[in-house]
Design a protein around this ligand. Structure first.
Ligand code: MN
Length: 602
């Protein structure tokens, strides 16, 4: 989609001539473009795609590019480049990652429906259902119709579309990456920061959840540069300035590591790279290390041991490493036996060398490595190599717990709160907890037993009164730790309180608690309204219980448009129906004056 900050600029004539084409179906450019000549601008895209899919139908790509080029003609990016360079660049990013043909076609067309005369119906007719669904998924809702709600509802729309086809989110991420790469052309600094911040809060977490770390790292560094330019530059300079010293020392250490791995008869490759700037900067914030300080060798390097073989061989490598250097207690994480929620698998350990340097290492097979870098994309790619239908199936993942949670609570969240709840839901790294039966319950870090209870099901949440965590009784509001076994104690007559809203971290729990409290308020209003009616009737010598018993009140409520007694009494309490109206209906005052006179005063 055309991001905020990338409003489409049109040169004279671009749109007008586009409109003329719609006059007759015989001059419809989409039809004409079926015979489009090969445009060399699309050749690099085709080459990149063929590297992964040698048998791909590249005519589709040529046609999609021709349509995008024709419809965006006359529109410019902020950089001054013609607009079509943007969808082409987005498709290029996706082709480089190895996405399927359908995704690339949709990427080429992703801004046409939003910003040009092309309609979704035309996209559907020319490129089929799947492409239309993907283009629709990333098309922003019209601000002139949706007003302030447009941004939140656009995100809700993307998520709903992603529930059916995750490729929508993948296109959205590539779209944002290119918009961040060209953000410097936006003239307003405040707008640049807003886009950078929104990228960190809403897009980066989705990249992480889908396991697409290559895009996550790039987005983080681009956003970092725009949000904190001074710190960015200091971090970059510190890393570059220490590169030669670190490389020399790292070379010695990796030599020792390779020897140790060979001695264990493993076929393993050690790869190292510098950490990306944003992650180094983030890690230095808590102990407050200056971004300008030269990073130590272990601090700046990502060391990955790629073990040829089975998962079991990774544990052999771990043994070799721990034999070489002292492991740091409590730092071993087994993401092979217990993969992260985003499919990531590796063994993590931290060791200390005889010279006192701390090193962090990740150990995995080449297959795990591919998932660690590309996440869901690696799975869609494998499926697409078999068939287009299988690619579609691989992109529909009903089993992703984070997506299921998101879908469960979003329906109850009003527009105004949706983005805030989403930010909270996406913000933190996840932990894994267990039921006593061993069922895995993934939660965001900082989640409490309340979140756990609602994650089991909303009813368990509402009735929770306490928790047993690793065998010990603990309050519902206590934060849970990674790996804890949690049992929820419930009582039938119990219910959430306002304080639970503070203690709950997940959107799922918060939405259900808020809903329950709102329902309870209706109930309270109903009780107050009923008392008012009972008193008014008693003044006329009538017992409300009799009228409720014989159905009179229910019939009267239905006549006034209230489906049940609770909503009728709530309406009385809210003064939408006066007590006198009700009383007059069911027990007309007999004597002269009296209550009638009182009613007249209102
Ligand atoms: Mn776009």
């Amino acid at each position: 989609m055309a991001e905020e900050g990338e409003p489409v600029e049109r040169s004279a004539g671009g749109r007008g001539s586009g409109r003329a084409y719609r006059l007759s179906r015989w001059t419809d450019p989409v039809r004409l473009l079926r015979r489009a000549e090969a445009d060399p601008a699309v050749d690099p895209l085709i080459a990149a795609h063929k590297a992964f899919f040698p048998k791909a139908d590249v005519r589709l790509l040529r046609r999609a590019y021709a349509v995008a080029e024709r419809y965006h003609r006359g529109q410019l990016r902020k950089s001054g480049a013609s607009y079509v360079t943007h969808p082409l660049a987005v498709a290029m990013i996706l082709a480089g990652l190895g996405m399927d043909t359908t995704t690339l076609v949709a990427a080429l067309l992703h801004d046409t429906v939003e910003d040009t005369e092309l309609t979704l119906g035309q996209v559907h007719a020319e490129f089929g259902e799947e492409v239309a669904v993907l283009v629709d998924g990333v098309t922003k809702l019209d601000g002139s119709k949706w007003g302030e709600r447009a941004e939140a509802e656009t995100f809700r729309k993307i998520i709903l579309a992603a529930a059916d086809d995750l490729r929508v989110l993948v296109i959205k991420l590539a779209d944002r990456v290119h918009n961040l790469r060209t953000l410097q052309f936006h003239p307003k600094p405040e707008k640049r920061r807003r886009i950078a911040r929104a990228s960190l809060e809403l897009l980066v977490p989705f990249a992480e959840r889908l396991g697409i770390y290559v895009l996550k790292r790039e987005m983080e560094d681009l956003a970092f540069a725009h949000l904190h330019p001074v710190e960015y530059e200091r971090t970059r300079a510190a890393l570059a300035g220490s590169a030669a010293d670190r490389a020399a020392r790292l070379g010695q250490l990796m030599g020792q590591l390779r020897t140790a791995l060979e001695a264990s008869r493993l076929h393993a490759r050690v790869i190292t790279r510098d950490r990306h700037l944003y992650s180094l900067y983030q890690d230095r914030r808590t102990p407050a290390i200056s971004p300008a300080a030269p990073p130590r060798v272990g601090e700046a390097s990502r060391i990955t041991v790629l073990v040829e073989g089975e998962a079991a061989d990774c544990y052999v490598a771990l043994g070799a490493i721990h034999g070489l250097w002292h492991p740091l207690p409590g730092r071993l994480k087994d993401f092979i036996a217990l993969p992260k929620y985003n499919m990531y698998q590796s063994l993590h350990t931290s060791v200390v060398t005889p010279c006192g340097e701390t090193l962090e290492l990740a150990i995995r097979t080449p297959g795990m490595h591919r998932v660690a870098e590309y996440g869901i994309i690696s799975q869609i790619q494998d499926a697409a190599k078999a068939s287009e239908t299988q690619a579609r199936q691989a992109a529909h993942r009903a089993d992703l717990q984070w997506l299921r949670n998101l879908l469960a609570w979003q329906a109850h969240a009003p527009s105004a709160e949706f983005l805030d709840s989403l930010r909270v839901d996406l913000r933190s790294a996840d932990i894994v907890t267990f039921t006593p039966a061993g069922t895995v319950v993934p939660l965001p870090a900082g989640a409490t037993a309340i979140d756990f209870a609602y994650a089991l099901d909303p009813d368990t949440g509402h009735r929770a009164i306490g928790a047993i965590t690793n065998g010990r009784l603990s309050p519902l509001t206590a934060a849970l730790d990674d790996g804890q076994v949690v049992e929820i104690l419930t009582a039938a007559e119990s219910g959430p309180s306002e304080a639970w809203l503070e203690a709950a971290r997940t959107g799922h729990a918060r939405v259900h608690i808020a809903q329950w409290l709102a329902d309870r308020r209706t109930e309270t209003a109903g009780t107050a309204g009923r008392r008012m009616v009972a008193e008014a009737l008693a003044a006329r010598g009538v017992n409300l219980l009799d009228l409720e018993g014989d159905g009179t009140m229910l019939a009267l409520g239905a006549e006034l448009g209230y489906p049940n007694l609770e909503t009728l009494y709530a309406a009385v309490a809210a003064n939408a129906v006066t007590v006198e109206t009700l009383a007059d209906h069911v027990a007309p005052a007999t004597g002269p004056g009296g209550t009638d006179a009182e009613a007249g005063e209102e």
